[in-house]
Design a binder for this molecule. Structure first.
Ligand SMILES: [Zn+2]
Length: 1078
């Protein structure tokens, strides 16, 4: 089946989201807690939920069978607009890929974007007036039967940070735009406007009085104003993790729901630099029916325009039904500004941007200025514009036409409103007075447009074609591929994920804490001393900081330096604030005697194990002073699975002991040196690592004490450096240097799952062998890319590589090998980076992959980019896979007809390549660009330093590089044999029994067992109280993500979780998902 071949390790599945009352949530989450207290044996609550889900799943799976039977019984018929030769059926498409449209009774061919890429020549010929397109012809009688129905949609694109900060844009432009909107829309009920960025809208809302708020509501009710998408920002779709994409959508939608009581139905994403189906999935789930996108490769646009398929149903790659479909309109031309939206000829369209009338600040670069519409010129002007509209209309299947009217930060001044609206109204009036022109034009919103489109399609008995795939990598012209921003400002891309992880953990723990508190008191109230209101404010600010950074000039790394610092400061402060919530929540949960709880912000009961000192600093570990008295360590496992993790702390003694606080059982531990310099070990600080078994969502307590001298397992070190043997300074660790024949032997490390070999000269990985006997060459290399010698050079957005070469250093690197019972690693210290490969000596899955970490510093360089490449002998051909938003995997093809920079794709968290027998996966903790330029190769860009602007408006290079950390897991899998992973191998985690001598701190164990392997707890998000603004309510959104798994590689040993039994999740749960928002 195609499904099993294409889908891979982690494939996006289905969200299950529900709003749950306090009591219901407690029932579900806390079977364990109830049992401990000997109350109602609610331990079966989770299995109760499971049973319910199972039952509902059955219903849907019956449905699916019915649909499949119907589908198979139908002959494939073509939709009327399809021309035979251009059907674009994927060569391996089967009947199950086709979409059944019950209403029209024919099967529509599903377009695959990958096949479009195979088809296109990417030859970039000059298309005339529409440079990247073609000459559009029409007879003039095409609209006689069905008149052209045109909607002109006024908009103002407001970036929440780019050249100016969010606040500066608000003060200087945005608030004036919105204030004028109230006046100008009220003047004439025919005027319309759409607004997308809720971050700005909500800020403005706080500034206006009740009277103005009433006007807003009236305009919304009248359909003159439409809130589109409803996200906090117009999010980047390449670097953003789906947690953050969804969170910013929830934040915006919840705000709209609370203050305006409406729900968005259309999406508007005209500026993100490429588009992802993960976003459409979330939009669909949020109740949107339609969407508009703009930044798509010019050659793809041209192809779609020729086929009249610029409007399509965008479907998820895994979906065999139409359930995830959303109607998508792709703008055909170069940009979303007026010159590129009325029709194919920008020189003409620009004359209809009345903000550029002579005498103003902006003019038309095509040197033909707009003219005010008068009685004398109205006929000539109207016909000139109509010709553009008609040409544009020929690119679409229906005679309904969408034309936008706006640009970045437009409609600031009252005069601009007057110029645009009054001149266009004169043109529209002219059309109305001349029915022989067969055109009905008016101002509209997106909903107006899509409603009309739907009406026409239904009347004609047609549906739109269906498309699967994504729109990366974007190019706006020539060989200008926007693959640079996949990596730009990698420091902040990492900080983004640090905040995201902190926010998720805090949301979950805070929700559990307030629920537990209410139950503890029994009266629905929270514990008096717990600063719930303050904490909820911190959570809200954290959500909004993360949301703001998902803006398409935020996480993309494409804002001016001071704006980057503004974003960084927000992220940094949010992390600090959320940590306070985390600490005081954990404090209350852990206390055996809850009456001892006392909140004092200046003296927190718990301290974090690391400190971040500034927005541009990496975290530093906190030193833990040891004595004979045990120090308590609290570990929170924010995942829904029982997890074996290595916990790393820094202590002041080379002799330390860690025990489980409950059982007194000593943990396997290792003491390693803290290296102040590559060969200088600290005499005061020591790294203590131990293996912790962490139940799902638990807070577990460990005790650390100073141990007798020599009792702890210390790491042993070997140092290698060609030519110039290093001098090693360490008192506490055994150090050796290879001598004689050992000097040139490859370095080797192994655990029970895998053995690795590395070069003794560079320490870089060369080969891997699995326990199964599978051996693969897996070489790590580093390389530089320069920038082109042409006039246009790489910048924040663009990657225009010039010379490339393997990284070499004048001095051979120092290579340090450490060996211990918990982990062993090889560290290579080069001038521009420190690279470490670590192998954990762990049972189960944690020991199967290699951890790779890089600490990169390229501040000394000029116009260079550093890449890490993995060269394997996996016969992957020209195909590899990269993830989209950490939500789904997308196949990529490396094609000779495209330039090198076109082959870099966004990698939010995973990429892999494979052949019949093996798979190499690279998982990452941060977003960056990834490519597979030759068979068996994978490479990621680590940092970029570029001195010049790339002429896309930013007006600067990117030279604010910092010491930047990146983290990966490298996994080799044996695919020989395959396996069934769906066995009922439930191994519930057992609650330890506690003796009567309980310590003061008691572990918090909210789940009786891990959730099923394929169910991810995405979030447990406390909702705002509907009565009391800014306070937590008793309602919590439970967000679950069901994942698809690939069966070609068996988890061995079996995972300690069960699997959901059925293929599809039922529709009832889907309804609950909608319920979350409305
Ligand atoms: Zn923008």
């Amino acid at each position: 089946m195609k499904r099993s071949r294409v889908l891979a390790v982690l494939v996006g599945g289905v969200f299950i989201v529900a709003v749950m009352s306090l009591n219901r949530m407690l029932e579900l989450m806390q079977g364990a807690g109830l049992k401990q207290r000997g109350e109602t044996p609610a331990g079966q609550d989770l299995s109760h939920l499971q049973q319910k889900i199972d039952r509902l799943e059955h219903l849907l799976s019956d449905n699916n069978r019915l649909v499949a039977t119907l589908r198979d019984s139908l002959l494939q018929r073509k939709a009327p607009w399809e021309t035979g030769a251009r059907a674009n059926v994927s060569s391996d498409s089967h009947a199950n890929d086709a979409n059944l449209h019950m209403s029209v009774v024919y099967v529509v061919v599903v377009y695959q974007l990958l096949d479009v890429y195979d088809l296109l020549p990417f030859d970039n010929p000059d298309g005339g007036a529409w440079k990247q397109g073609f000459e559009i012809r029409y007879q003039g009688n095409e609209w006689d039967e069905q008149p052209l129905e045109l909607f002109l949609v006024p908009h103002s694109h407001n970036d929440p940070g780019w050249l100016k900060t969010f606040d500066s844009y608000y003060q200087d432009q945005t608030k004036h735009i919105l204030n004028n909107m109230l006046i100008k829309l009220s003047e004439d009920s025919r005027r319309k406007m759409i607004w997308a960025e809720i971050s700005f809208f909500s800020k403005w809302w706080n500034d206006i009085d009740d009277q103005k708020r009433e006007i807003v509501k009236r305009l919304l009710r009248a359909g003159q104003l439409e809130l589109v998408t409803g996200g906090w920002v117009m999010a980047d779709e390449a670097n953003s993790h789906y947690f953050a994409l969804l969170d910013q959508l929830i934040e915006g939608h919840q705000w709209i729901q609370r203050h305006l009581g409406v729900k968005p139905s259309s999406g508007w994403a005209v500026d993100p630099f490429g588009h992802s189906p993960s976003m459409t999935y979330l939009l669909k789930g949020a109740g949107l029916r339609d969407m508009v996108i703009q930044r798509v490769h010019y050659a793809v646009k041209k192809h779609f325009a020729k086929q009249q398929t610029l409007e399509f149903l965008w479907r998820q790659s895994w979906d065999s039904s139409s359930r995830s479909d959303i109607t998508c309109h792709m703008m055909p031309f170069y940009s979303y500004d007026v010159p590129h939206t009325c029709g194919p000829n920008p020189a003409i369209c620009c004359q209809f941007d009345f903000h550029r009338l002579p005498g103003g600040r902006v003019s038309c670069p095509w040197r033909i200025p707009p003219q005010p519409i008068t009685e004398q010129n109205v006929q000539e002007r109207a016909l000139l514009l109509l010709d553009q509209y008609r040409q544009k209309s020929r690119l679409f299947h229906s005679p309904v036409l969408l034309v936008s009217l706006g640009d970045d930060f437009r409609f600031v001044e009252s005069s601009e409103w007057d110029a645009q609206f009054s001149n266009y109204q004169k043109l529209f009036d002219y059309f109305d007075q001349h029915p022989e022109l067969h055109v009905k034009a008016r101002f509209g919103t997106l909903s107006d447009y899509f409603k009309a489109l739907r009406r026409r399609l239904t009347a004609a008995g047609t549906t739109l074609p269906t498309l699967r795939g994504d729109f990366f990598t974007y190019s706006d012209r020539d060989d200008h591929y926007w693959s640079g921003y996949f990596t730009s400002r990698p420091f902040y891309k990492r900080l983004d994920r640090t905040l995201e992880a902190t926010l998720r953990a805090t949301e979950i723990l805070f929700s559990l804490t307030t629920a537990e508190m209410r139950r503890y008191r029994g009266d629905g109230h929270l514990v008096a001393d717990f600063p719930a209101h303050q904490h909820f404010q911190r959570l809200t600010t954290g959500r909004r900081s993360l949301a703001l950074f998902q803006h398409h000039d935020g996480v993309t790394g494409t804002a001016r330096d001071p704006v980057v610092v503004d974003y960084g400061t927000r992220l940094f402060h949010s992390i600090l604030n959320l940590r306070q919530v985390l600490q005081s929540s954990a404090h209350w949960l852990l206390l055996l005697d809850k009456s001892q709880y006392h909140y004092d912000q200046s003296k927190p009961f718990l301290k974090m194990d690391d400190v971040i000192s500034a927005q541009d600093a990496l975290p530093q570990k906190t030193l833990l002073t040891l004595s004979d008295e045990p120090r308590s360590l609290i570990i929170f496992n924010p995942t829904e699975q029982l997890r074996t993790s290595v916990i790393s702390i820094v202590v002041d003694s080379p002799d330390a002991r860690v025990v489980d606080a409950q059982t007194g059982q000593p943990m396997t531990a290792q003491i390693s040196a803290v290296w102040e310099e590559p060969t200088l070990a600290s005499a005061e600080d020591f790294q203590l690592d131990f293996v912790a078994q962490l139940p799902p969502l638990s807070l577990v307590v460990y005790h650390v004490t100073k141990a007798s001298v020599g009792s702890a397992n210390r790491a042993r070190y070997t140092f290698h450096r060609r030519g110039n043997p290093p001098t090693i300074q360490t008192e506490h660790f055994q150090v050796s240097r290879p001598e004689g024949p050992d000097t040139d032997a490859p370095l080797s490390l192994s655990n029970k799952h895998v053995q690795i070999w590395s070069s003794s000269e560079t320490g870089l990985l060369q080969k891997l062998r699995l326990q199964s006997g599978l051996v693969r060459q897996v070489q790590v290399q580093f390389l530089w890319y320069g920038t082109t010698r042409n006039r246009d050079k790489s910048g924040a957005y663009l990657f225009l590589p010039g010379e490339e070469g393997l990284y070499s250093s004048s001095e051979p690197p120092l290579v340090r090998v450490s060996r211990g019972p918990v982990f062993s690693d090889i560290t290579s210290c080069f001038r521009h980076f420190t690279h470490r490969v670590r192998l954990y000596h762990l049972e189960g899955h944690a020991g199967k992959s290699l951890e790779i970490s890089n600490m990169v510093d390229i501040r000394s360089e000029v116009n260079r980019e550093l890449a890490m490449r993995i060269v394997s002998n996996v016969a992957s051909g020209n195909r590899f896979y990269s993830d989209l938003n950490s939500f789904q995997m997308q196949q990529r093809r490396t094609l000779a007809k495209l330039p090198l920079q076109a082959h870099f794709y966004p990698m939010t968290s995973a990429s892999f390549l494979q052949d019949e027998t093996s798979r190499v996966s690279l998982l990452s903790a941060q977003s960056q660009a990834v490519a597979s330029l030759r068979p068996g190769e994978l490479e990621v860009i680590l940092d970029r330093r570029l001195q010049q602007d790339d002429n896309l408006g930013l007006g600067q290079g990117i030279t604010d590089n910092k010491l930047t950390a990146s983290l990966y897991q490298l996994l080799l899998e044996d695919r020989r044999g395959g396996a069934q992973v769906r066995g009922p191998n439930t191994a519930p985690w057992e609650i330890p029994r506690y003796d009567s001598q309980l310590p003061k701190l008691r572990p918090f164990l909210p789940l009786q067992s891990s959730l099923p392997c394929d169910v991810h707890l995405l979030n447990l998000r406390t909702l705002e109280d509907t009565q009391e603004a800014g306070s937590p309510s008793q309602e919590v959104a439970l967000l679950l993500h069901r994942k698809g798994f690939d069966c070609s590689s068996a988890p061995e040993p079996p995972l300690q979780c069960s699997w959901s039994a059925h293929e599809e999740v039922d529709t009832l749960i889907y309804l609950l998902y909608v319920f979350l928002y409305y």
